[in-house]
Design a binder for this molecule. Structure first.
Ligand code: 5RP
Length: 262
């Protein structure tokens, strides 16, 4: 059944499948947003069912919450959970320090809050998202709708004095209307091409009035699981520097692929 998946989906699935093995009975788990995170939610629901585990989850978006509930997972709010053992989420770009760009799916604000309210964050990704220097992927910045054009102008002016290669900030659209996040905000995508100093950029952006949060995740990710279309997975741990390589057998997940095809 896995043959029906595209190579990129196989890679995403392999990473998601492996990451779910870090979930233990009784844990409170943060669920990311995006296509890789959606594979993880499916794998997690299957694992919880098969192993008769009891876990509680907190979702980073309305669509992830819906998927998790549809698959039988218990979903509660972060205020009820208070603190999480583990969050598993995707990313748009990552570098050697496991600094991330996130927010391609528009959920960066909840994703950052949930990840930082967790003992551990594991990122699941395919290998194509690894970069030497962040910035080829446009950096998402969540801004409040009030005065967003003034906020954009301030951002562009500020970028001129920072170690980046571009200054353009595009309002993210869905059809004819601006994207509205789960918090009712808009997203500006910054075309920076090269982010020389992510830490400085993140601090400066978050000081601009109207900016709610930016998509740079710095010192948040503890471990990354990088999937490949042939089922190989590479696990990197930022604290120990350990790198492990394993293999995921797609045939063991035939039930899951069949359910999706139905
Ligand atoms: C959503 C995100 C996603 O994790 C990121 O966009 C990766 O998505 P995908 O797994 O679909 O490639 O940050 O806000």
């Amino acid at each position: 059944m896995a043959e029906q998946l595209s190579p990129i989906d196989k890679a995403k699935f392999a990473a998601a499948r492996r990451a779910v093995d870090f979930v233990e009975d009784g844990m409170r788990v943060g669920l990311g947003t995006g296509s890789t995170a959606a594979w993880m939610v499916r794998c997690l629901a299957e694992t919880v069912r098969d192993a008769e585990m009891t876990i509680t989850t907190v979702a980073t978006s309305a669509r992830t919450a819906q998927l998790a509930r549809d698959l039988g997972l218990r979903v509660i709010g972060l205020d009820e959970a208070r603190w999480l053992d583990l969050t598993i989420d995707g990313a748009d770009e990552f570098d050697a320090d496991l600094t991330l760009i996130k927010g391609g799916g528009g959920a960066l604000l909840h994703e950052k809050i949930v990840a930082t309210a967790s003992d551990q964050m594991i990122v699941i990704t395919d290998a194509a998202k690894e970069v030497g220097t962040l910035g080829a992927f446009p950096l998402p910045v969540e801004v409040i709708p009030f005065g967003w054009q003034a906020t954009r102008a301030l951002i562009e002016e500020t970028l001129a004095s920072l170690d980046v290669m571009g200054q353009g900030a595009e309002l993210r659209m869905k059809g004819q209307a601006p994207v509205v996040t789960d918090e009712g905000n808009h997203i500006l995508d910054l075309d920076l091409k090269r982010i020389g100093n992510p830490r400085q950029l993140s601090l400066v952006l978050n000081q601009i009035p109207g900016v709610v949060e930016n998509g740079l995740f710095i010192d948040i990710c503890d471990r990354i699981v990088i999937g490949h279309p042939d089922g190989q997975v590479e696990l990197r741990d930022i604290a120990t520097g350990a790198v492990e390589r394993e293999h995921i057998d797609f045939s063991e997940s035939d039930n899951l692929f069949r359910d999706i095809a139905d």
